[in-house]
Every structure is written in structure tokens, then in C-alpha cells.
Ligand binder design. Sequence first.
Ligand code: GAR
Length: 191
Amino acid sequence: MRIVVLVSGTGSNLQAVIDAVTSGELDVEIAAVGADREGTYGVERSSEAGLETFVVNFNSFPTRDEWDAALTDRVASYAPDVVVSSGFMRIVSADFIEAFNGKYLNTHPALLPAFPGAHGVRDAMAYGVKVTGCTVHWADAGVDTGPIIAQEAVAIEPGETEETLHERIKVVERRLLVSTLAALAAAQKPA
Ligand code: GAR
């Protein structure tokens, strides 16, 4: 199973995928790692790991549609079976998702459909829920919407900050992303 991973930032979930591939735990080929802006640590760590990387800079395009079309072309050039949004903080179009047969996987640091968006951890804390978690799902053209594949709960502890909670969620999220990809890869393998 060939994957392209999209990042906007640190890429610690991506690193978990790279580590699992390197150790042989995960049988997928990371065809490329792409970002929507220059200077992400996600791209830097991918280059260090010897992976193909690219940037389709959102701010270099006059319109969202032109950026989306350029991103679609670039990702399609790697012929991925699955595209993974791993902390990719941009909405893509229905055309993008269609170009990859709907195989656009996203991870989110909350129990969707609760607390979608860029601040899922902060919003859960602000609401005062006692349990939150993370979700791996097939993304559609909405904000963190689409069929859920896997979820795991994380209890919010007294005295927690957004940073400590997000880090504890990410520990679970990384494992869930790797196990989901492993299951998808196994399902795709010819018998
Ligand atoms: C992850 O927690 C991911 O779920 C979240 O960004 C973080 C990226 O961390 N994505 C969203 O909030 C999408 N709505 P990472 O760059 O260290 O992997």
C-alpha cells in the first residue's frame, strides 16, 4: 500500500508511521510527505529519513481552488492508494478526495463528531468534558467529518493543560494511526 502523508506542522504522528515502517511493524510504502507551507518540521524530519518531500504552498496561489488543483496533481503524481492527513490543517475539496477514490484518512485529537476543527483539545477542555480522545476517519470535504474507522478515549485529569492533554492524546493517536494503516494494508494485500 502506497501512502502520501500531508502535514502542516511537527509531524509527530508521521514520525510514528516512519518508525513503524522502519521497524517492519507496518508494511506500507511512504511514497512522499507533503506540506502546505515552507519550513515544517514534518518535512524536515521526512527528508532526514530519506523520504521524498514536497511543498504546495497555500499562500503562493491566488485562489483556494488553484492551490487545491496543484495539490491534487502533485499528490496524484505519486499514485498513492491512501492519502493521510496527519496534522494537515487545510480543508481539501471534494474533487481532491474523489481523485483518490475517497481514500483520504484523517486523524483528529477529539472524539468526533464532538469538537472538530483546529482546536479540538482546547474546545473539549473549555466545554468541561471529562473524557475526550482521538479519532481516525475517512475524511470528506468537511471539517473533520466522514466515516469513523477507530476511536480511543482519554480521560481529562485534574490540573491538566491543553499541552499536557494534547500530548497524552497524541500518544494514543500515534498508535491508532499506525494500527489503522496496518489493518488497511493487510486488507489490501492479495490473499
Ligand atoms: C494531531 O493531534 C492531529 O490530530 C491534529 O494535529 C495534531 C498534529 O500533530 N489535527 C487536527 O487537529 C485536525 N483537525 P503532529 O504534527 O505532531 O502529528
